[in-house]
Design a protein around this ligand. Structure first.
Ligand SMILES: CC(C)(COP(=O)(O)OP(=O)(O)OC[C@H]1O[C@@H](n2cnc3c(N)ncnc32)[C@H](O)[C@@H]1OP(=O)(O)O)[C@@H](O)C(=O)NCCC(=O)NCCS
Length: 163
């Protein structure tokens, strides 16, 4: 899917408000299809702590998908072999943005020593991670806001860097 103007770049602190807005809106629109409203509102509410987000995004390897100055997705590697949040704007799902972000994370991981990437993944995102080559190694059902919130532990081999 061609998005010729899409640029992947490193996070800068000024991105934080837009990322927090994207996170809250996408959580409500996409994850809201699979979890209870109380769960979704709890997770979306994390976006209020912008200072905490700025610190965490800056500490992780965070890649931002930037479309003509508009942030349409972001992905985190924390610190070398754990995938953190991978989020795409709810209005721009299914256009290949998530795939481009994940490929970039795999390239970054390949520069280090990790041989496997790991991720804790929602039901909403499990098919996407499977399409990226991740496989499920465990399924858990933590109780969140009084109801089970199924999650998957998934892993993927890091490709070897070109010789
Ligand atoms: C998961 C997410 C990042 C995927 O981003 P995206 O830009 O829509 O993904 P892509 O367009 O690159 O999709 C690539 C492939 O993944 C698969 N896929 C993506 N979403 C899917 C879904 N809901 N159901 C089934 N397959 C899906 C498809 O095979 C797709 O390929 P196709 O379009 O050729 O069929 C996005 O849906 C999202 O933001 N979800 C909410 C947040 C979330 O749960 N993040 C992950 C945990 S932190």
């Amino acid at each position: 899917m061609p998005l010729p103007d899409l640029v992947l770049r490193a996070f800068v602190p000024a991105d934080t408000p837009a990322i927090c807005r994207l996170y809250a809106a996408t959580t409500r629109a996409i994850n809201g299809q699979h979890y209870t409203s109380a769960q979704v509102e709890r997770w979306a509410g994390f976006a209020a702590d912008q200072e905490g987000w700025c610190t965490r995004l800056g500490r992780n390897r965070t890649i931002v998908a930037d479309l003509n100055g508009l942030i349409v997705g972001f992905a985190e590697l924390e610190p070398a072999d754990e995938v953190g949040y991978v989020y795409v704007d709810a209005q721009r799902q299914g256009q290949g943005i998530g795939t481009r972000l994940m490929r970039r994370l795999l390239l970054i991981a390949a520069e280090g020593t990790a041989t496997q990437l790991h991720a804790d993944v929602s039901i909403s995102a499990m098919p996407f991670f499977a399409a990226q080559g991740f496989t499920v190694v465990a399924r858990t059902e933590p109780i969140v806001c009084g109801a089970a919130a199924p999650r998957y532990r998934m892993t993927c081999a890091v490709p070897s860097p070109p010789a």
